[in-house]
Design a binder for this molecule. Structure first.
Ligand SMILES: Cc1cc2nc3c(=O)[nH]c(=O)nc-3n(C[C@H](O)[C@H](O)[C@H](O)COP(=O)(O)O)c2cc1C
Length: 223
């Protein structure tokens, strides 16, 4: 199966140092996923999606608002990755008790039909002591609306700059088994749901039963 790990920050500025703490958190997620599921390396791929690699137009125009021939190639390439993925890891900092606007902006560029009927895992972090918990609460609603239902366990990482080095590895003195257990609970749930929904999508195409909103909201809503 294929998984995308969305890095939710584009902030290359300080203070506080270091700039873009999210880079190390997203790399840590990738390392935890690869180590945990590496017995199945040929079956599973984990890809980092860095919003800095997808420069968006200054005026908001989602992927689905373009005519097919005019979609910017990078946006189209990301749409295809989202469509073909089986699950998502959403890594967000907490900005003013909310999810990262950079992550929300990137995700808003794609219709829920690309994300639907698959699971997601919420990973939040902060430089301070709460680990992005308040951002995570809002992310549940956001991701549910996108259709990639968040699994119940979540990862919250307070003072992430004291735990992860720039390459995502654990700093000296950290208990790696404890961290594996912590990430593992959420990522095992993600894998279980990804496997279940993958099989079910092959059995029954959800779009053959439940209409997709492509032209009018009436296609989706009963009333
Ligand atoms: C605009 C802004 C708002 C922030 N709000 C919060 C907050 O509500 N809670 C918190 O714990 N940290 C907050 N922080 C601190 C972040 O945890 C810290 O800057 C972290 O490095 C952000 O991740 P990033 O570097 O990957 O963007 C805020 C930072 C910024 C820039």
């Amino acid at each position: 199966m294929k998984f995308l790990v969305f890095l939710g920050s584009v902030r290359n500025s300080t203070p506080p140092r270091p700039a873009r703490l999210g880079e190390r958190v997203a790399l840590a997620c990738l390392q935890q996923l690869q180590a945990r599921f590496n017995a199945h390396a040929e079956e599973h791929s984990f890809e980092l999606i860095d919003p800095l690699d997808y420069p968006l137009e200054p005026v908001f125009k989602p992927h689905f608002a373009y005519s097919k021939r005019q979609v910017p190639p990078l946006l189209d390439a990301l749409a295809e990755k989202i469509r073909s993925a089986d699950g998502y890891v959403m890594v967000s900092p907490e900005y003013n008790h909310s999810m990262s606007p950079a992550l929300a902006n990137l995700l808003n560029h794609f219709g829920s039909s690309l994300f639907s009927y698959k699971p997601s895992a919420i990973v939040t972090y902060s430089a301070g002591q709460w680990g992005g918990m308040r951002a995570a609460v809002g992310m549940r609603t956001f991701l549910s609306e996108l259709g990639c239902l968040p699994v119940s366990a979540m990862v919250h990482l307070p003072k992430a700059q004291e735990v992860f080095a720039e390459d995502g590895s654990l700093m000296a003195g950290e208990d790696s088994e404890r961290w594996q257990d912590y990430f593992g609970r959420t990522f095992d749930q993600l894998m279980w749901w990804a496997d279940a929904t993958h099989k079910q999508r092959q059995q029954v195409d959800p779009n053959s039963q439940i209409g997709v909103f492509s032209r009018s909201p009436s296609e989706r809503n009963i009333l």
